[in-house]
Design a protein around this ligand. Structure first.
Ligand code: CP
Length: 312
């Protein structure tokens, strides 16, 4: 086993070998999950979820994954914890560590928050989404879903559509896919494409039709209304007319194109229901793969000997 990290903070610093190793373990754990089996590899370990932002998929799938590996799971509700009395992030983390937590899975509105915990605690920290920065387990489950359906990553053209600026999912997808040899295309309104995209190995299309014709995979991103400080496109109607994935747009794509969405979906905004529910869509498979990915990540971090480990 070559993965030597104490924490999973992002995919930027993982290499192709690390990613391939995780994918191999995901396949094993998906088999276990599908057979409704449990493994005892995390018996006696405690996993704490600490979510400062809402979540359905990520928090629940981490809980299911941890329980399938026989860990104990504690979910901290931020609104009814001592955080509302002003306790600092580090003190909260140290309190959980003193109580015997082996992992903290954290989602936070601010980029870099998981890194702060990782530097201050000896236990494993897993980033479940930090601001606009990264959502590594989503990036891994997207990578695995593409690999499972297409049988390869290398040489595929993967198009990320929509709100790239606010999307931590997009950032983790870009790191993972480019390291694995895919070509990443992005398309969205110019105001939702960050300037820093020039530093990444991606191709920008402002015309969605052109990009859709090229792509093997369409990963539709949620429009993140809650993160927009200002109106970054003139109206929902205009966004829908230019960037919604419709059956007319899908008709321009390759017949075997794979459609993905990280969820939660704004049906009728970034994607129509008829496209989300076509056989080309793997949105439900992404959810199942999310459990297997999180089992693999918990297992791999748990297998690391604490003394040898570093943050990724
Ligand atoms: N994709 C994702 O992170 O979904 P949740 O916000 O429901 O966890």
């Amino acid at each position: 086993m070559s993965l030597k990290f104490k924490d999973l903070l992002g995919l930027e610093h993982l290499d192709k070998k690390n990613l391939q190793e995780i994918l191999n373990f995901v396949k094993t754990f998906k088999g276990l999950f599908k057979k409704s089996d449990k493994a005892s590899v995390l018996r006696g370990k405690t996993v704490v979820t600490l979510f400062y932002e809402p979540s359905t998929r990520t928090r629940t799938s981490f809980e299911i994954a941890a329980k399938r590996l026989s860990a104990d799971v504690i979910n901290i509700s931020v609104n009814s914890s001592s955080i509302v009395k002003g306790e600092s992030l580090i003190d909260t983390g140290k309190t959980l560590e003193a109580m015997g937590a082996d992992y903290i899975i954290i989602r936070h509105v601010s980029a870099g928050t998981p890194d702060i915990l990782a530097k201050n605690l000896g236990i494993s920290i897993i980033n479940a989404g930090d601001g606009f920065h990264e959502h590594p387990t989503q990036g891994l489950l997207d990578l695995y879903t593409i690999y499972e359906r297409k049988k390869r990553i290398e040489g595929l053209k993967v198009l990320l559509i929509g709100d790239i600026l606010h999307s931590r999912v997009a950032k983790s997808n870009i790191w993972a896919l480019t390291k694995m040899g895919a070509e990443v295309l992005v398309s969205g309104p110019s105001t939702l494409i960050p300037r820093s995209i020039e530093n990444l190995d991606v191709k920008v299309y402002y015309n969605l039709d052109e990009a859709v014709r090229e792509a093997d995979v369409l990963n539709v991103l949620r429009v993140q209304f809650e993160r927009q400080q200002e109106n970054l496109f003139p109206s929902i109607r205009e966004y829908v007319s230019l960037y919604q994935l419709t059956k007319e747009k899908l008709a321009m794509a390759k017949s075997e194109v794979l459609i993905m969405h990280p969820g939660p979906m704004n049906r009728g905004i970034e994607i129509t229901s008829e496209v989300a529910d076509t056989p080309n869509a793997a949105i439900n498979e992404q959810i199942v793969n999310g459990i297997a990915v999180r089992m693999a990540v918990l297992y791999l971090l748990g297998a690391v000997k604490r003394g040898n480990a570093s943050s990724n």
